[in-house]
Design a protein around this ligand. Structure first.
Ligand SMILES: [Ca+2]
Ligand SMILES: [Ca+2]
Ligand SMILES: [Ca+2]
Ligand SMILES: [Ca+2]
Length: 309
């Protein structure tokens, strides 16, 4: 019997195992979750504007990616508080202290491959972090059907080093020192003789909760946003899309996980993440992990049965 309890305890431990690192704007990328966008994240020199600060870059072989997420839960038992973090790798800067264009994170919370919300970073003259509803008259399920809807939340960008900072645009070297490599690589994945940059930004998860719950209560999105979303919290899964743009009217400059242009739907052509929690972490263990767990459990139960015959 004791062995059964031990096996069940091991099973429970692995099932509950989640990386819960304390993260901040300047935390090593090793504490963030890389998002799998269903394609290379991201090829160099495939942004339409040819500007380094909106050129998403990564290298699968170096295990360096264009898109990371993180979540700081503040150590509380609440499922609606905490801070969402996103980190995006771009080819360099465009001579400005900030990322000059826009970064958008698209969220599909209903699992149909069509984006329901956008998180926006950028703006002129004041940079802001914003939550927008997707334009309900557009499909929003492929790079050529993206369209922003109503802005539902904004907060001004406060740069790293200032009180209440929520955004940090800096050399990747500043975030992850100590990488080895010849010449500039792997800090310069595009070979532009300029250090790649990370944009890391954060916002209050409660703002996203408020937006989604309000839309669900008011039936403001569409029929897919059923009443269960009135209880949206950090246990819900979503799929994410990463985009950059030069201005707010053109959100297809570079798409993460897609090499160049595509008119394929995200679900079939790539560019959308696996289901993740709001911090970008896969919401279920990998199938291989499941297989291992079930194998362990089966062995344990077989051993117990033999012992009690
Ligand atoms: Ca790119
Ligand atoms: Ca570079
Ligand atoms: Ca959707
Ligand atoms: Ca791309």
């Amino acid at each position: 019997m004791k062995q059964c309890v031990v096996f069940l305890a091991i099973l429970a431990f692995f099932s509950s195992l989640r990386t819960e690192a304390v993260i901040a704007l300047n935390t090593s990328t090793s504490n963030f979750n890389a998002l799998n966008l269903g394609g290379p994240s991201d090829p160099v020199a495939d942004n339409q504007a040819n500007k380094p600060d909106i050129e998403l870059v990564g290298s699968d072989s170096a295990e360096l990616y264009a898109f990371y997420g993180g979540f700081l839960d503040n150590g509380s038992s609440s499922t609606t508080d905490g801070d969402v973090f996103f980190r995006v790798r771009v080819a360099g800067n465009s001579g400005l202290p900030e990322l000059g264009g826009y970064v958008f994170i698209g969220l599909d919370i209903t699992g149909d491959g069509a984006l329901d919300y956008f998180i926006q970073h950028g703006g002129n003259p004041t940079q802001q972090i914003a939550i927008l509803r997707a334009d309900l008259s557009a499909a929003n399920n492929s790079p050529d059907t993206l369209s922003l809807g109503q802005t539902l939340f904004t907060t001004d960008v406060v740069d790293y080093g200032e009180a209440g900072a929520n955004s940090y645009f800096t050399d990747v070297v500043d975030i992850d020192p100590g990488l080895t490599g010849t010449d500039y690589d792997p800090y310069d994945l595009d070979g532009g003789d300029d250090a790649d940059h990370f944009l890391t930004f954060t916002f209050d998860f409660a703002e996203l909760v408020n937006v989604i719950r309000t839309d669900a209560a008011n039936d403001s999105l569409d029929d897919d946003l059923d009443d269960s979303f009135e209880w949206f919290d950090d246990s819900f899964s979503m799929q994410m899309v990463l985009m950059t743009s030069q201005d707010v009217n053109n959100i297809n400059s570079d798409l993460g996980g897609i090499d160049g242009d595509s008119t394929d739907q995200f679900n079939t052509g790539g560019g959308i993440s696996t289901p993740v929690d709001p911090g970008g972490e896969d919401i279920v263990p990998e199938p291989a992990t499941y297989a291992l767990l079930f194998g362990l459990a089966a062995l344990g139960c077989a051993a117990c049965r033999r012992r009690h015959k």
